[in-house]
Design a protein around this ligand. Structure first.
Ligand code: ZN
Ligand code: ZN
Length: 374
């Protein structure tokens, strides 16, 4: 097995990311790590298929995949030695690990099923009684939470695409149209604009359904004057965007306008007040305190935001119970909401990047609550 990554100058994306990973696993006292979560596999190797394992040690980086993906892996992951897996784990996995000189092998505890863990342990145990199989969490996810410039470029493109689709959506949604119809018309806009599908199932939630933070589009007909929460995102080069707007066909009534204004005020306060170095929970409180002071504290039941990247929900988590500080290079959403059961709800969501200690807002979609239906 040749080492294709350790001695080369740091030229490629994969060598740079492998260097960071090797720093993290050395800190944890591991000789190597097994990566099975596909977003993490893609992040490290560039491989976009649906089945692969990475085994990374101080000196080597191996991508193991089955017959279907060997050619694709060689093309997409030139910094990795690609090997073809055999049907039985014991026929290839213990040999690989011992050839790589690994005694303490980390694995992703959040993504290895009980069944896979049993099979891996059994295969490793039968080959080498001294090998330790060590659970880890968040190793790659922490690396992913700080975006590199090329990742930020892709996220920005995905944000721009969603912003453009929202502009189209404002001309598409009309009273009498069902939520499902509206969601499908919006989805077509994404595909026509070149998005790789949609980042997640589009939410169009009208009237009382707008009180459900993660509603699915239904056959309910959208009516004038009621809130319509639209939550959607594009995917470009594997990277997601995430955008929520709440609109009212023909404009909201006074009560809903008041709720809208509180959410918007809270959202802007968070965007303007968030700083690098701030605890994520403190960032959450920038918006939450405004909503609570207005008397709606119990109606904002989710966190302020989440990181966005290869996954639509990733680190950092920005919520009332979040631990850890925010730092430059993090890209995350700011999406406070107020949900009134049986009546409706308002959520406004933008994506920001922390740069030079402050949030730079990537989203440009209009925050005007009224849509003219004329
Ligand atoms: Zn969203
Ligand atoms: Zn979101």
């Amino acid at each position: 097995m040749t080492d294709k990554s350790a001695d080369k100058p740091e030229k490629t994306r994969a060598t740079r990311r492998l260097r960071k990973l090797r720093g993290s696993i050395a800190e944890k006292g591991l000789d190597g790590i097994l990566i099975s979560h596909l977003d993490n596999v893609r992040y490290l190797s560039g491989f976009t298929g649906s089945a692969a394992w990475l085994v990374v040690s101080e000196k080597e980086a191996v991508l193991a995949t089955d017959f279907r993906y060997v050619e694709q892996a060689r093309a997409e992951s030139p910094d990795f030695s690609v090997i073809q897996t055999k049907r039985e784990l014991r026929d290839w996995f213990p040999g690989l690990v011992s050839e790589m000189g690994i005694r303490k092998l980390g694995f992703e505890a959040g993504f290895v099923t009980y069944d896979s863990h049993s099979k891996l342990s059994e295969a490793l145990g039968s080959a080498d009684k001294h090998l330790e199989f060590v659970p880890t969490t968040g190793v790659i996810e922490h690396l992913r939470s700080i975006k590199e410039p090329e990742e930020l470029t892709l996220i920005t493109k995905a944000v721009e695409l969603a912003d453009a689709v929202f502009q189209q959506a404002q001309t598409i949604i009309r009273p009498g149209m069902t939520e499902k119809q509206a969601a499908w018309e919006i989805e077509k806009c994404y595909r026509e604009a070149g998005s790789e599908g949609v980042a997640f199932e589009i939410i169009v939630a009208s009237g009382p359904n707008a009180a459900l933070p993660h509603a699915h589009p239904t056959e309910r007909k959208i009516d004038s004057g009621e809130p319509v929460v639209i939550d959607m995102g594009a995917r470009i080069g594997g990277y997601c965007s995430d955008l929520t707007r709440t609109v009212f066909l023909g404009g909201p009534d006074d009560a809903m306008q008041k709720v809208y204004d509180i959410v918007l005020k809270a959202q802007i306060a968070a965007i303007e007040g968030v700083r690098s170095g701030m605890e994520a929970a403190q960032a959450d409180d920038l918006a939450r305190s405004i909503i609570a002071q207005a008397g709606y504290g119990d109606n904002f039941g989710h966190g302020l935001g989440h990181g966005v990247g290869l996954a639509v929900h990733e680190l950092p988590t920005v919520g009332p119970g979040s631990t850890g500080a925010l730092s430059d290079g993090m890209v995350f959403t700011i999406e406070p909401g107020i949900y009134l059961p049986g009546q409706g709800g308002v959520r406004i969501e933008d994506i920001v990047v922390l740069e030079n200690d402050r949030a730079r807002i990537l989203t440009t979609a209009s925050k005007e609550s009224s849509i003219s239906t004329i």
